[in-house]
Design a protein around this ligand. Sequence first.
Ligand code: B4P
Length: 205
Amino acid sequence: MGNSFCLLKGISTMLNIILCGAPGSGKGTQSAFISQKYGVQHLSTGDVLRAEIAKGSELGKQIDAIISQGNLVPDEMMLGVIENYIAGLPADCKGTIFDGYPRTVAQAESLDKLLKKYNMEAIMIDLMVDEQLLIQRLIERGKVSGRADDNLNTIRHRIAVYHNQTEPIAHYYLHHGNYCPVNGNHSMADVFLQIMKIIDNYIKE
Ligand code: B4P
């Protein structure tokens, strides 16, 4: 059926934000702030995958094996998650933060097609953080998160996967969409100030 609000209005007035960055760059942290301030929904693909693992399903076991090694789950699996999510959006939805999706150029292309199908658009905010700081933050988080992927070896591998598979999407958005880099090395509050400036300018346009 699709979303009638989009089809009726042409380009939807929803605020859609794609939040990208290396592991530990603060995607989850900033998504929570954005969601609270602007009333948009927060879709964390990492959380969706961890919820599947927690169910103990066969699929969850496969996902666990991939994530705990620090690798990305296959693009087709993620596309299913995103398709279901967008098709199920309520008519009064104010928008979505896509936290951690896309993570490959193929995912970016799929998301583009999906957004176009529903007459939606998005801005891409890229959190740029120095590698040493990423490692430090994830090691700290690992002390309390209990996450199998928050240990030094896996963190290093995740950062390498980020450079190889995710970083190229910055070039994709530079050429295809609204690309907005943010210096994520600062405090959570300072990073959020930079993000608010971008969103407020975008809303004004
Ligand atoms: P995610 O769950 O997306 O998480 P993340 O990259 O580890 O961390 P995030 O950037 O959200 O950092 P956070 O705010 O928590 O991914 C986990 C795994 O899921 C991936 O490795 C992959 O295997 C899989 N996956 C997810 N999406 C996928 C996709 N689309 N395709 C394929 N596979 C996918 O911040 C980290 C820590 O830093 C926190 O403790 C926080 O408190 C702290 N922090 C944040 N900002 C700070 C700041 N400004 N100053 C100081 N500390 C800060």
